[in-house]
Design a protein around this ligand. Sequence first.
Ligand code: PLP
Length: 382
Amino acid sequence: MTVAKRIYLSPPHLAGRELELLEEALESNWIAPLGPQVDAFEREFAERVEVGHAAALSSGTAALHLGLQLLGVERGDEVICSDLTFVATANAIRYLGAEPVFIDADPASWSLDPNLLEDELSAAAENGRLPKAAIVVDLYGQSADWEPIEEICGCFGVPILEDAAEALGASYGKIPVGGFGRMAVFSFNGNKIITTSGGGMLVSDDEKLTDRARFLASQARDPAPHYEHSEIGYNYRLSNLLAAVGRAQLERLDDRVDTRRANFEAYRELLGNLPGLEFMPEPGYGRSNRWLTCLTLDPRVFGPSPEQVRLALEADDIEARPIWKPMHLQPLYGSCRVRERGIAAGLFERGLCLPSGSALTRADLERIASIVRRCHESASDG
Ligand SMILES: Cc1ncc(COP(=O)(O)O)c(C=O)c1O
């Protein structure tokens, strides 16, 4: 009997040239958080995302931290933040001693709701206390609705940091994500569409910002032959070895987006007719990278709850995960202001992320789908 292998949610997928580029990096003896691979990765990445400049960093979280600092966020400031996101987005605000103000998701995109954003900024303007910045997330690989969001923030003079950690390769109209706000952030964590095992990128059309990010990320060392420091910096640069891996991964990005979108289509074909099951929508304004295939289950119609389905998958050695728990429901952020109408909370209650790696086979997808289907059918039989 052959034992089926464990299926992970979104494991790394080697592209082919990682070893070759790593060898190049090793042979050049640049085993440091700088070097020719970092320079090339930054150049190639900026070109791919169609932005002027890119600074390679040790993580997406580091990029968020520096991005907010570059926008002038300080202790006591308020910063708008998508409510439905991974905790790293909000943590970066707290690193600077600032307070997040959470905005609920839009059911059409699951990203930040522009109408609630406008309500919040209008109220803040009336109170004479506008937020210092806004972090808006391109959630689960899907672009936020940038046109109204940029217009509203522009009206109130609130600069935007785009958190595109999950959305590399997605677009809004013809514009790749990463091209919105003053700066944008990407992650190359092991579960992302391309990975360097750990890493991130801060991108901007403003070269002064990326130059300053590199300076702060290298312990803010002043130009002098000795070690001279006049402000606090960080050790946030990406290693030259990991940049080599990133370059190889980036070469296959288009392929990875196509494969993840094909996973989504396969799930839709295999599960789309089940009552009470709905997939994450894709608004007409953009093209998602479908980083994760996400869906919601209404137990009153579908039968089992998302948690029961997750456990059934786990029993067959398949990793699925709930949707992000909204920030305003986190013990860490429960006391923060939030503008919400139950959308993110509802998605958390009903949502499930299915395995979405770009190396999944048709047989894997069928194995996963058959368990989800069986959960529904056994509940209906009962
Ligand atoms: C939306 C979002 N923002 C930020 C991050 C942080 O990126 P990193 O893990 O590279 O620090 C992640 C994921 O890890 C994320 O999903």
